[in-house]
Each structure stands twice: as structure tokens, then as C-alpha cells.
Ligand binder design. Sequence first.
Ligand SMILES: Cc1cc2nc3c(=O)[nH]c(=O)nc-3n(C[C@H](O)[C@H](O)[C@H](O)COP(=O)(O)O)c2cc1C
Length: 210
Amino acid sequence: MDTDLLTGTRAVRKRLDLRRPVDDRDLRECLEIAVHAPSGSNRQPWRFVVVRDPGLKSRIGEYYRKGFAANLSGRTPRPDQLADLASGQHLADHLGEVPALIVVCTLGRPPAEPSALRLASFYGSIYPVVWNLQLALRTRGLGSTLTTAHLAYEREVAELLGIPFEEVTQVAMLPVAHLLPGGGKPVRRTPAAELTGWDGWPTPGEVAAQ
Ligand SMILES: Cc1cc2nc3c(=O)[nH]c(=O)nc-3n(C[C@H](O)[C@H](O)[C@H](O)COP(=O)(O)O)c2cc1C
């Protein structure tokens, strides 16, 4: 079991090689691996659109930039968020130049009357395939980031790509490129021990004792 793959795969935005093409065969193989993900009742509701056409990528890049800017407006970032924001802006500025964009879609539209169960089934049946895909790409030296900023313009992007908007929901877009050389920063996460209760919700005392 390659633990480094699981603990070392992170969002790549600045270390994407915008000049080196990505092999279609690599993308096909990664997609075949990704679809081994679980889904509710094994429905396998995923669909993928791989975008390589420069004109299409450029149009999607424009929508992404607008969505990214709208998402930021009115927010005051914490100091520890500034580096991520700069890298997010970098990706937004160059999205149309990334060799391949993979739009991940799921069949159906989000539940009109959302309940915890329905939402879990709808979104929970698609995000595992997204992460599987990111991990598979990483094994081939390809970097990606799970992005959603373009969803502010989901309908426009659906029209651009011929996605039937009334029947299909876009959930994420992965910009994919070869990783540029260099280490990249380590993945930083709060240790699970600080977030886990045993036989019940974690209590402050329990967390402090760990
Ligand atoms: C639901 C979801 C939506 C996200 N949307 C965006 C996005 O639109 N743009 C972006 O640059 N990153 C996006 N991210 C990536 C997160 O910012 C990233 O996974 C997180 O900051 C951890 O980064 P790290 O793995 O590099 O530590 C999204 C991640 C998730 C799970």
C-alpha cells in the first residue's frame, strides 16, 4: 500500500507544466482506474468530459476566472489563507492554458427537497471517483486540483460542451498537467487524533489526553 500517495497528493496549481502535452492514453487509463470508486447502489452515475481544445479551454477559463473572483468578493482572507489564494489566482489566470481539463459530471440534478440522506447519496456517489482520479493521475506524474469555481456558470459551460443541463450535474473540474520539477509543499492537516471521539463525540478532555 502506497501511503505516500495518500498522504502526499495535494492540490497542484503552480507546479503544472503548461507546455508539455498530456497523453490521451494516460488520461484514459486513469479514468479506467478512477471508475472503481464506490457509489450508492453501485449506480456509477459518473460521466466525464475531457477538454483539450484550446478554444474551449479558453472559454471555460473565462467562466472559471469570473466564478473565482465572485467567490472571493466580500471575503477577508485569514493570513494563513493568503498563499492558497495566490496559488488559486495563478490557476485562475492560466486555466485555459492547462493541457487538459476533466469535467466530472453526475447523472441527475441535485435533489429538489434535500435531506441529509438524499444529499449524501447524490454528492457522495460522485466525489469518490474524483479523488480516485486525482490519485491515479498522480501515479503518472500528473498534477491536478479539485475545482468548482466554474460552477457559477454551470449552464454556460454545459452549453459549450453539449452537456444536457437538465439531466446532468457538473460537480468538479480537474485541470491536469505534468508536474513541474521541485518538491512542492507537504500536505498539512490537523491530526485525526484531535478530531476523533471513541464511542461518542470527542470531548475536549479526551482530545487533550491524546
Ligand atoms: C469541494 C471542493 C471545491 C474546491 N474548489 C476549488 C476551486 O474552485 N479552486 C481551487 O483552486 N481549489 C479548489 N479546491 C481545492 C482546495 O482548495 C484544496 O483541496 C484544499 O485547500 C487542500 O489543499 P492541499 O491539498 O494543497 O493542502 C476545492 C476542493 C474541494 C474539496
